[in-house]
Design a protein around this ligand. Structure first.
Ligand code: TXA
Ligand code: MG
Length: 350
């Protein structure tokens, strides 16, 4: 058991107030320890991307399969040239438009710089510059490229609060920098820039629509939607984000969803419902949680993982979730919900 240090940063105050704490966290990274930190998407679990000794500790703390590569986080574009190649103009256009921000670019990796554990044996590397003052200052202070997956135990919903990190990883990591709640709430969009036309490997905080406005056509990895094709991004093949109770995605009318709730309750099961502000008074179930406003999908993204974790504090036997439009950030929301539900869907009883 490690004694996990915790530092709190109040973002309303001048960041320089916290430079000493951030320095301590950076020192641990330089010593090849792992430290969790806030980003604008979810909390990340950081380690020195150049040292296998450090990167191994990420996989151990998370219980993560070793064939799933990590995203390397940088604070300045200059850092990227050491370990990745920029081979087309579109990459520069995307970096200019969206960095710092919730966009991970998969690029050809230069050999011999990063630990092989980071790329899990691939010849490419995912890179992103997070749009969060604490993350940027921590990476700058460490002076290293920082490998960082989401700071949850493998399979659990990603953490959007430092308390989520602590509940999964306390005693397993060297430290947690607490910067309050993360903003976007779902992870970055992962885009492969290996071929001429960029391909979305994981939908996320930056929408397909926003990407296309800047670089024209962007494709979506068919493995994300087709059952018989393996996704290019190794992480997308695992069940993920799952609450402890089995979850089902419901497709149909509110009345039909209520029929399902009553059917399960008649079998003696406790039913949880994942819904929105607009409908939370409407459903009668054992537990009803709202994850935001249907009209404002960004609010749903921001609250989604927190609410999935909240179900674990209840005694529901199953969860029935509403479905959302796949427009804009809705595509990331539906991708995460489908993974949390392990592909289990319910429709009309008739
Ligand atoms: O918002 C985020 O991206 C957060 C924060 C902490 O930055 N990080 C994050 O990392 O979500 P992680 O490890 O939970 O998810 C990384 C995803 C996985 O699905 C992984 O398979 C994919 O990115 N990935 C990483 N490198 C890749 C590569 N070279 N080729 C294809 N997919 C890659
Ligand atoms: Mg993750």
């Amino acid at each position: 058991m490690l004694n996990t240090k915790r530092w709190s940063v109040d973002l309303k105050k001048d960041l320089s107030t916290y430079y000493p704490q951030i320095k301590q966290a950076a020192l641990l990274l330089q010593q090849n320890e792992v430290v969790a930190f806030p980003t604008e998407t979810v909390y990340g679990l950081g380690a020195n991307a150049k040292e296998t000794e450090a990167v191994k500790k990420i996989y151990e703390a998370k219980g993560r399969p070793s064939d799933n590569p990590l995203i390397v986080h940088i604070a300045e574009v200059q850092q990227l040239h050491e370990f990745a190649q920029i081979e087309n103009e579109k990459v520069k256009t995307l970096m200019d438009a969206f960095w710092p921000g919730a966009l991970t670019l998969v690029l050809p990796c230069k050999p011999g710089i990063l630990s092989k554990q980071v790329t899990a044996g691939l010849s490419t590397v995912g890179v992103r510059m997070p749009d969060h003052p604490v993350a940027l200052e921590l990476i700058r202070a460490a002076g290293l490229p920082i490998a960082a997956p989401s700071a949850n135990r493998s399979g659990k919903p990603s953490p959007t609060l430092a308390d989520h990190v602590a509940s999964d990883l306390d005693g397993r990591i060297a430290g947690i920098v607490d910067g309050g709640s993360t903003g976007i709430g779902v992870e970055s969009t992962v885009v492969s820039c290996i071929d001429e036309i960029p391909v979305i490997l994981r939908p996320g905080g930056i929408t397909k629509e926003a990407l296309e406005e800047v670089v024209g056509t962007v494709n979506v990895d068919p493995g994300l939607t087709k059952k018989d094709e393996a996704p290019v991004s190794p992480g997308m093949k695992y069940t993920h984000y799952a609450p402890e109770a089995q979850m089902y995605m419901f497709h149909g009318s509110d009345e039909e969803m209520q029929c399902h709730i009553q059917k399960y309750q008649a079998e003696g099961l406790k039913v949880g419902v994942l819904t929105t502000e607009e409908k939370k008074e409407w459903f009668a179930a054992d537990v009803v949680f709202s994850c935001g406003r249907r009209e404002k999908p960004e609010t749903v993204a921001a609250n989604l993982y927190r609410v999935l974790r909240q179900f674990d504090e209840t005694d529901v036997d199953l969860i029935i979730s509403e479905t959302f439009s796949e427009q804009g950030v809705g595509s990331a929301i539906m991708n995460r919900l489908q993974k949390a539900a392990g592909g289990r869907n319910l429709s009309s009883l008739k």
